[in-house]
Design a protein around this ligand. Structure first.
Ligand code: F6P
Ligand code: MN
Length: 361
């Protein structure tokens, strides 16, 4: 497509809206505000160390809700998201990785129809090493009980309720990848114009892959189905899969999701036995859920290993979850390994096969 003919994000959204004559324009306006937040964050991230006064970089580090060191850029990005989106009359409330409780839109602004849930700077441990990071967002409908202030409970909706989801990746180029439920589309920031332009239409995740991503330093804590899957990949042509696999680990989930959208692959951050109080590492509402909607919209799959991420009923704002996503056939294989394991466990615990059971040798 010639350069001048690439639609901007605004054009794309207007054309999408024309398919819904009943739409009031709030969703489009909100997505454009989010895109503006991402452009502002891209600028700060790109300035790197130059964005910080000499010597100030680590002095204001505090600890966030999850007990991780909160670098100033996380805080800045969170504020940018709020300031860019709260005023427009499109939102009733926001929730973010960086805020312990949800944030109702202040009374001085009109209340809108939507809720915005976001991770303002994902993979932020990669900031210091100049590796890609990103922002992730999910848009839900606000409850219609307009007399009551938004609270945490209002955000506890399954991923199937998402109206839109997306992420921005701050890499060699800045991109916004978006779904409004009609496929996944990628926009590249044209920094001369300050506009996102449609460069990747109807992104599809390859159904098969020979590439997987997992933090292998946790392997001694993995549950049996994940061990089995990874062992089989590592065995390569000599193993049951009969083919060699490649491995990647960026430690920025947005970058892994983007790679998988572009060339297939499977990402795993499973539940493990490292800290049994944590049901996984990544957060359901603002990491797993939006990525799951994107993956499914692109023909991929996202699962806990046992159930589709989008079918999980959240119980807490900052809930963690096991997350496996990417190429459909691989994710389904991993789910199969979980089912087979569950079946083995049932047999183990059935009285006939138990330690003193009839069929035990
Ligand atoms: O937000 C969590 C995150 O930074 C993800 O972007 C990334 O996939 C993961 O944590 C990295 O985990 P680890 O530090 O175990 O490699
Ligand atoms: Mn994150």
């Amino acid at each position: 497509m010639p350069y001048s003919q690439r639609p901007t994000l605004t054009q794309f959204l207007i054309e999408e809206r024309r398919k819904h004559p009943e739409a009031r324009g709030q969703l489009n306006a909100l997505i454009l505000d989010v895109a503006n937040a991402c452009k502002a964050i891209a600028k700060v991230v790109a300035r790197g160390e130059l964005a910080h006064p000499v010597g100030s970089r680590h002095s204001s580090a505090t600890v966030n809700v999850q007990g991780e060191v909160q670098k100033p850029l996380d805080v800045i990005s969170n504020e940018v998201f709020i300031q860019t989106t709260e005023w427009g009359g499109n939102l009733a409330g926001l929730a973010s990785e960086e805020m312990e409780t949800s944030y109702p839109v202040p009374g001085k602004y009109p209340r809108g129809d939507y809720l915005l849930v976001f991770d303002p700077l994902d993979g932020s441990s990669n900031i210091d090493v100049n590796v890609s990071v990103g922002s992730i967002f999910s848009i839900l409908r606000a409850p219609e009980t307009i007399d009551e202030t938004i609270n945490d409970q209002d955000f506890l909706q399954t991923g199937r309720n998402q109206v839109a989801a997306g992420y921005a990746i701050y890499g060699p180029t800045t991109m916004l990848v978006l779904t409004v439920g009609t496929g996944v589309h990628g926009f590249t920031l044209d920094s001369d114009l300050g506009e996102f332009k449609l460069t990747h239409q109807f992104i599809k995740v390859a159904e098969d892959t020979q590439e997987f991503a997992i933090n292998a330093s946790n392997s001694r804590f993995w549950e049996a189905p994940i061990k089995r899957y990874v062992d089989e990949c590592l065995a390569g042509t000599a193993g049951p899969r009969g083919q060699d696999f490649n491995m990647r680990w960026v430690a920025s989930m947005v970058a892994e999701a983007h790679r998988i959208l572009m060339r297939g692959g499977v990402f795993m951050y499973p539940r493990d036995n490292k800290d049994p109080s944590k049901p996984g590492r990544l957060r359901l509402l603002y990491e797993a859920s939006p990525i799951a909607m994107i993956m499914e919209q692109a023909g991929g799959r996202a699962s806990t290993g046992n159930v589709a991420i989008q079918d999980v009923q959240p119980t807490e704002l900052h809930q963690r979850i096991a997350l496996i996503f990417g190429s459909k056939n691989e994710v389904e294989r991993i789910e199969r390994y979980h089912q087979e394991r569950n079946y083995d466990d049932e047999i183990e615990s059935s009285p006939l096969f138990a330690a003193r059971g009839l069929f035990r040798d």
